[in-house]
Design a protein around this ligand. Structure first.
Ligand SMILES: CC(=O)SCCNC(=O)CCNC(=O)[C@H](O)C(C)(C)COP(=O)(O)OP(=O)(O)OC[C@H]1O[C@@H](n2cnc3c(N)ncnc32)[C@H](O)[C@@H]1OP(=O)(O)O
Length: 128
């Protein structure tokens, strides 16, 4: 796999399963949301909240005990918003085999102390 740093890593636990015993898609969406939220707050230097989730896909499956890594990249920076791409990759618990299990595009809006959209500084465009 490409050498890059994940925003978060988490191990899928029994409570994270769907009624069929596989890992729940909602848990995967939540992990992608957490990773993108972390990126958005750090990049914008303050509060940033989710306004849209698009292009969500679940191309593969993972099992309880497998380790999830979520990678985030900045697709577009607007005046007050950030569109982020998340890729979630599962690694089998007892080995190195990796599978892309989910991906999606998440839009966050930076907010000020009155919870109104806040301008994101231009010099932060090049930050990761
Ligand atoms: C319901 C939940 O709990 S979900 C999780 C937590 N999220 C929330 O609570 C969000 C609730 N939403 C809100 O409070 C409002 O939508 C706000 C304050 C974030 C934005 O208010 P708006 O009146 O839409 O603000 P405004 O029209 O100025 O848009 C702000 C930016 O968000 C972008 N935006 C707003 N809605 C969307 C959307 N659905 N998709 C993509 N971008 C969007 C706009 O394009 C704009 O971007 P830009 O400044 O970079 O050009």
């Amino acid at each position: 796999m490409v050498d890059r740093t994940p925003l978060i890593r988490a191990t899928a636990m029994p409570a994270d399963t769907n009624p069929y015993g596989g890992v729940f898609g909602g848990w995967l969406m939540g992990q992608m949301g957490l990773a993108c939220g972390s990126f958005a707050s750090r990049h914008s230097g303050g509060k940033a909240i989710l306004v849209a989730a698009d292009e969500v896909r679940f191309p593969g499956a993972m099992a309880v005990g497998d380790e999830l890594s979520v990678y985030v990249e900045l697709l577009r920076q607007g005046r007050t918003s950030l569109r982020l791409k998340a890729e979630a990759i599962g690694r089998e618990r007892d080995g190195d085999k990796e599978t892309v299990v989910a991906s999606g595009e998440f839009t966050f809006v930076a907010l000020d102390e009155n919870n109104r959209p806040r301008l994101i500084a231009a010099e932060e465009v090049t930050d990761g």
